[in-house]
Design a protein around this ligand. Structure first.
Ligand code: 4NP
Length: 175
């Protein structure tokens, strides 16, 4: 991952993307926001999420995902699902997708091949990856939501460490 050209006062715009924007990417958004808050870096980031599909636009997060998040002290109460837009390529510095279908669907919209350097699989930052996708819990059982939380939590930690390094951000250590 390369930092995009920034002066030190610019905010770093981050977008997490999944399919429906009601399970995985809202969790990644909320967990990453919490880590940014604890590192005292809130004023350096803008953090959002979206889905490649439009079925759930305007809805809150999936109730099962909300319940799991709550169990770990993370609130998804304020989430409203939105769909990924072509204009997001300009709006965001880094776009982290949850699986290879999301990667394909996002890059499909990059018709002039201009933004590929901004788009990455989120799990490339997973310190203990067993594969490159965050499994879609939507049609699975409850255990799937805990697994998604565990993947998202450890991956978001590493992602923030990498961004702190790339952008040379002043932060609070080990919080
Ligand atoms: P998400 O999960 O992409 O993690 O938000 C899904 C949500 C909805 C559907 C599929 C996956 N759906 O088919 O409606």
């Amino acid at each position: 991952m390369k930092s995009t050209s920034h002066n030190s006062k610019d905010k770093i715009h981050i977008l997490f993307v999944c399919l429906g924007n009601i399970c995985r990417s809202p969790l990644a958004e909320a967990v990453f926001k919490e880590k940014v808050r604890r590192a005292n870096l809130e004023d350096r980031f803008v953090i959002h999420s979206s889905g490649t599909g439009n079925w759930h636009v305007g809805e809150g997060a999936d109730r099962r995902m909300q319940a799991t998040a709550k169990k770990y002290g993370v609130s998804l109460d304020e989430h409203v699902a939105r769909q990924f837009q072509r204009s997001d390529f300009e709006q965001y510095d880094h776009i982290f997708v949850m699986d290879k279908d999301n990667l394909h669907d996002v890059l499909f919209l990059d018709t002039e091949d201009r933004y590929g350097n901004k788009v990455m699989l989120f799990r490339e930052f997973d310190p203990t990856p067993d594969c490159y996708h965050v499994p879609d819990p939507y049609y699975g059982g409850e255990r799937g939501f805990d697994e998604v939380y565990e993947i998202v939590d450890r991956t978001a930690t590493k992602l923030l460490e990498r961004l702190i390094e790339e952008y040379d951000l002043d932060h609070i250590e080990n919080v």
